[in-house]
Every structure is written in C-alpha cells, then in structure tokens.
Design a protein. Structure first.
Length: 192
C-alpha cells in the first residue's frame, strides 16, 4: 500500500521545475515560490492526514491515496495553465502528505506485536516509493514523453495503490476472527 500509494508524489515532483518552465512557461525565478506553496500544502496535508487517520484509518487511506491519484492527473492536465497548475500543485501537496499518517497508522495497527519493526519496514516502503516514482518519472522523460507525462505515471501508480489497499483490506477482513452469531446479540449472551 505504501509503495504504490506514495510513489505518485515523486513521479510528479522529480521534474517539477522543468515542467513549470518548459511546459507551463513559468520563469525560473517563480519555481522556488511555487515550491514554497507546495510546502505549505504538504504541512497542511500532514495535519489533515493525522486527523483523518484518528477518525477512521482505512477510509483515510482510500481518501488520501484517491485524492493523490486524481490530483496527479490534474497536475498533468494543468501543466500549461499557470493559475490552474499552482492550485493543483498546492492541493497535490495536501494530498501527498495526507497519505503519510493513515498509511503509517494502518501499518502500526496491523502489526501490534512488533510496532518498531513494522514502522521501520514502512519507512523503507516510503523510500522505495520515492525511488520507484523518481525512476519511472526519469524513464518517462527519457523516452521523450515530456515533463508533464510523469504525472500520468503517478496517476497509474496511485490506481495500483488503491487496488492494493482494497486487496489488503479484504485479506484483513477474511483473517479477522468472526464472533459467534449468538455473541452478537446481547440478550443471548446474557442468557448463557
């Protein structure tokens, strides 16, 4: 879930400067300002993701990874429209870091017997996501598809992340111990 759910972040931001200047027509001097706005989105997303994870972890994973997936496509479409791109990249930042708390919480909740090991493994998965996203972005640009094309790869990776999340949640539900039907009815349990 973490590898594919977070990889879109680096498919989009690896070539964000040339996407802005070569596709969007931004001057090189505006790149740091837009990156600062992206950073504000990242901070807001981290706060939002924590609140969502506190309420309901699995829905928070679906919402944050789903938003990241959709916003990857929006960044690709908006790459040549400066105001739309700025709005899209700020929202992308929000979605990007909104994924971290629910993914980390899900992993820790799922591995209550070894939380330190699970946390370390999940950090490794985030780093693998960074590598995978950047690698695929680089291969896409090298293949001549342009600087906006990696955002489409981010969308595809996000869809895979959503599918993996669905498979993981199904697997967890199947493994969960099922209570006896009588135990779910308070009056039956009280009669025993």
């Amino acid at each position: 879930m973490t590898v594919f759910g977070f990889a879109p972040v680096f498919t989009v931001i690896t070539f964000i400067a040339p996407m802005m200047t070569d596709v969007g027509g931004f001057s090189p001097g505006t790149v740091p300002m837009v990156m600062g706005l992206l950073g504000i989105g990242l901070v807001a997303g981290n706060l939002l993701g924590g609140r969502l994870a506190d309420r309901a972890v699995l829905p928070a994973v679906y919402v944050s990874v789903g938003a990241l997936t959709v916003l990857s496509a929006i960044v690709a479409v908006a790459a040549d429209d400066q105001p739309a791109f700025i709005a899209a990249i700020v929202l992308f930042g929000v979605a990007a870091f909104a994924t971290i708390p629910p993914l980390q919480t899900w992993v820790l909740d799922s591995a209550s017997q070894a939380p330190a090991l699970a946390s370390a493994a999940n950090i490794g998965a985030f780093n693998l996501a960074n590598t995978l996203g950047s690698l695929l972005a680089g291969l896409t640009v090298e293949a001549g598809h342009g600087y906006a094309a990696p955002a489409w790869i981010g969308m595809a990776l996000g869809l895979i992340g959503l599918a993996v999340t669905g498979l993981v949640s199904l697997s967890v539900r199947r493994r969960a111990p099922r209570a006896d039907a009588d135990d779910r009815k308070p009056e039956k349990a009280a009669q025993r």
